[in-house]
Design a protein around this ligand. Structure first.
Ligand code: PLP
Length: 490
């Protein structure tokens, strides 16, 4: 089959065209049994292919027909031995990827600044995380990736690790020397799993960091929906055979996946793959040019800094994705969150995320000069509004959370007997819940860590700035679950 073909989408269309009498779920029956307003809004086309795994339409759990063909084409496009479609986002693919290589008490080497799905997988599998400290950017107040030196050190100390996980690129678009990391890990026969949530497009353009499969990694969970043009929640899991078994990955993925897989999501993966494989280079070329021109214009605005290639050169900042605009706003005397709100209220602009010091804007295949102009004009206006007070701003001291000490495995802490204490009085206790700011969803605390004063201060600062701190059962963050009994780590 050629990359121009879309076996899954075309197969669904052919099926819908036959207009079969449906005595099967979904019970809305091509929209006829659905709320009229929603039906009219969504449209009959979409509803006609909102189908289920009946005979002619193959089955994601054991694909032999059109889903298999679509996955095979994706594997070819992404340079993988096997590609599996996920209708549960990259979170679902990540959990499957980790559970496919780690069982209870197996070690997995992970950077501490990982997405919560990785920590969830560690709790579910009972694996023991060996943390690598990511490189911290004190100027921007963000964490980058891990260095080759730290990978070498971790593997020397833990050659029995079942896997090493790398985030490539990070949410902010920074990547490590993944090829070297793979070489080091493979010299220990340890597979490399990549969280490629923010890098579906990098495989299709040589000016972008190397993709997981290009770097020789063993598995990669990749959000096609984030930057590759498919629908929200649709992702892929790419596998290279050898250190991992694709068959085993498939059975774990199947255990974790709904039996009612959405064919709209699956079809959108099929067409996104076609677009990336056949027109990706050209579309991404335009996207890179557009983002570089926005970057240049933003850097002409006083007190605003949009990060560019000057960030490269450290061992953790080996390469970067220019389509991510990290815009540092601390010199305006505002938090990223205040700028996010200002852009929303004054200009109807929504950013990808904000933190205490930055906003992150993502430029993708769907953007044009029109959106670019609106963002630049809005930020120019904001800089002028802030002008009168800029001279009086005390230099902002960038605050970054300490990485707490892990006293219990996350799983033991999660299932331990707990008690509830006021957050303000929890210093020194072992936490039994996750605490994170979402987005980006990187935990400030994971179950099993010892609560420190610095981290409580960091949580307070984020709450005061209005940032979405979440995780604990008490969503007002006044109380927290901590371990009732202390237990020494083995
Ligand atoms: C670094 C990282 N990994 C994984 C994920 C999970 O991806 P998904 O939202 O597709 O489940 C995210 C989502 O924001 C992320 O930022």
């Amino acid at each position: 089959m050629s990359q121009e073909q879309t076996p899954l989408f075309s197969g669904l269309l052919a099926h819908a065209k036959k207009n079969p009498i449906q005595f099967h779920i979904p019970g809305h029956k091509k929209g006829a049994g659905m709320d009229t307003e929603f039906r009219q809004f969504i449209g009959d086309n979409a509803l006609s292919i909102d189908l289920i795994n009946i005979g002619p339409l193959d089955d994601l759990h054991q694909p032999k027909g059109m889903i298999k063909q679509a996955q095979d084409l994706a594997a070819e496009a992404f340079g993988a031995d096997r590609t599996f479609f996920s209708v549960q986002g990259t979170s679902g693919a990540i959990i499957a990827m980790i559970m496919a290589v780690c069982g209870p008490d197996d070690k997995i080497i992970v950077p501490r600044n990982v997405h919560k799905s990785i920590m969830s997988a560690i709790v579910f599998s009972g694996a023991i995380p060996v943390f690598i400290h990511p490189e911290i950017d004190k100027d921007l107040g963000i964490s980058h990736g891990i260095t080759t030196d730290s990978v070498e050190k971790a593997l020397k100390q833990h050659p029995d690790a079942k896997a090493i996980l790398v985030i490539n690129p990070t949410y902010f678009g920074i990547s490590a020397d993944l090829k070297k990391i793979v070489e080091i890990a493979h010299s220990y026969h340890v597979p490399v799993l990549v969280d490629e949530a923010h890098g579906v497009h990098i495989h299709f353009h040589d000016q972008l960091p190397l993709s997981a499969m290009q770097a020789g990694a063993d598995m990669a969970a990749t959000s096609v929906h984030k930057l590759g043009g498919s629908m929200t929640q649709s992702s892929i899991l790419n596998v290279r055979e050898g250190l991992v078994s694709a068959k085993h990955v498939q059975s774990i993925l199947s255990m974790l996946t709904t039996t009612s897989t959405s064919y709209l999501l699956l079809a959108s993966l099929d067409v996104a793959r076609k677009q990336l494989a056949t027109k990706g280079k050209e579309l991404i070329d335009k996207t890179i040019k557009l983002s570089q021109s926005i970057r240049k214009r933003l850097n002409e605005i006083d007190h605003i800094h949009c990060v560019g290639e000057e960030i490269l050169g450290s061992k953790a900042t080996f390469d970067y994705d220019p389509t991510k605009l990290i815009i540092s706003v601390k010199d305006l005397g505002l938090t990223g969150y205040e700028v996010e709100k200002w852009l929303r209220e004054k200009h109807n602009i929504e950013v990808e995320l904000s933190d205490l010091y930055n906003i992150l804007c993502i430029v993708s295949l769907g953007d044009t000069e029109v959106e670019a102009d609106l963002l630049v004009t809005a930020l120019k206006e904001l800089a002028i509004e802030c002008e009168h007070r800029v001279g009086q701003i005390e230099p902002i001291e960038v605050l970054l959370p300490e990485i707490p000490v892990l006293a219990l495995t996350p799983r033991d802490a999660f299932y331990a007997e707990t008690e509830i204490v006021p957050l303000e009085e929890s210093e020194g206790r072992i936490i039994a819940e996750f605490v994170m700011v979402y987005p980006p969803g990187i935990p400030i605390f994971i179950p099993g860590e010892i609560i420190t004063k610095d981290n409580l201060h960091y949580i307070r600062k984020n709450l005061e700035a209005g940032l979405p701190v979440q995780g604990p059962e008490d969503d007002e963050m006044k109380t927290i679950h901590v371990i009732k009994e202390y237990k020494a780590i083995q």
